[in-house]
Design a binder for this molecule. Structure first.
Ligand code: CA
Length: 227
């Protein structure tokens, strides 16, 4: 049974999450504060953490940072619609994904399953295939309709980082720092340019991307699902 730790100060929300998750067979711990959440995480070693960012005692971003100090447990943050900057900060601090309030339980459960899947240590597939193209991470090769698509080294670096984190939101900061280096953390126009190049080469309809998804103001996500 997967253990979920929910850190949420709002009583009704916390209880609703507890009921829904238990009904789906999860073993649930509920914490009403950041301090309690950290304590339960250390004691029970959850498989995934659902973390509200607006907490009364410790900032949710700091809770994520504290968890990352000793644990690689997947963290899904819950945030208010107007808290974009905080979401980005939480993702940069090591959170894996986010859900914006108000959210549907189905959406949260889907994110939860995806986070647990990613956390399961399976042999990483070297080839990621979609109905339109395939990416061989070991050979650094992209093929579309049987033909090799040539990517520039920078395009490849962006594609590789997104594909290795498939399903997961990768922030602009993470991409810029990883691909270009720490001094480029503000150059988001680089990303817009390279992502549009990548879409032009790989997406069936580059103006309506299906695989390389923009999360406005936050980052990008590679979604390898079937159409
Ligand atoms: Ca709250």
């Amino acid at each position: 049974m997967n253990k979920v730790l929910v850190v949420e100060d709002e009583g009704p929300m916390r209880r609703a999450l507890g009921i829904s998750l238990r009904a789906r067979g999860y073993d649930v711990d509920l914490a009403e504060s950041g301090a309690k959440g950290l304590e339960l995480a250390a004691r029970h070693h959850p498989d995934v953490v659902i973390l509200d960012l607006g907490l009364p005692d410790i900032d949710g971003v700091d809770v994520a940072r504290a968890l990352r100090g000793w644990s690689s447990v997947p963290i899904i943050v819950l945030s208010a619609r107007d808290a974009e900057a905080m979401k980005v900060e939480a993702l940069d601090a090591g959170a894996d994904d986010y859900v914006t309030k108000p959210f549907g339980m189905d959406e949260l459960l889907a994110r939860l399953r995806a986070a647990l899947r990613r956390a399961t240590p399976v042999e990483e597939a070297a080839v990621v295939a979609t109905p339109d193209f395939s990416i061989d991470l070991a050979a650094k090769q992209v093929r579309r309709d049987g033909t090799e698509i040539r990517l520039t080294p920078t395009e490849w670096a962006v594609v590789e980082m997104l594909v290795r984190n498939r399903g997961k939101l990768v922030t602009q900061q993470q991409l810029l720092q990883q691909v270009w280096g720490p001094e480029y953390h503000k150059e988001t126009h680089y990303l817009r340019f390279y992502i549009s190049q990548i879409r032009r080469k790989l997406e069936p309809d580059p103006s309506r991307p299906h695989y390389f998804i923009t999360e406005p103001g936050m980052g990008y996500r590679f979604v390898p699902t079937e159409r």
